[in-house]
Design a protein around this ligand. Sequence first.
Ligand code: HEM
Length: 131
Amino acid sequence: TLQSHLASILDSVPDGMIVIDETGRIVAFSRAAEALFGYTAAEIMGRNVRELMAGRDESNHDKYIQNYLQTGERRIIGIGRVVTARKADGTLFTMDLKIGEAKIGDHWLFTAFVRDLTEQRKAEMRMREMQ
Ligand code: HEM
């Protein structure tokens, strides 16, 4: 089926890929995203993407999406940002976030590509110490 084809394509992408609807509900969660966050797709699907964040972003993320839908003002879409994300066990980590959008009928879907920057950050620190 088309769905299983899409799922297997998603699972071959090396970066984590997360798809949400316009209310923030997770509708797809790739194999690499499972490894990164420590959630299985089965348990995180249908939950709000907020659960992958902490602090002020977790409290305000619904508003961020609503604000975008109302104003069309892009803060991350097409720009990208380095953010702090939260794993299932509560560990916080630095993550590169890229977001794209797609309109399906009357509804928006947002697709994120995410990458753990922890190792890169450590390498940068070591480089700085060497100088
Ligand atoms: C906007 C944080 C994950 C979709 C934002 C903004 C922040 C943020 C700070 C608003 C920026 C501003 O107003 O200046 C985070 C954090 C994440 C995360 C910390 C860590 C897990 C995601 C994911 C998706 C997503 C996985 C989609 C699958 C959106 C959308 C917007 C937004 C659609 C509004 C559009 C825009 O600002 O360009 N997020 N986000 N976010 N986020 Fe997230």
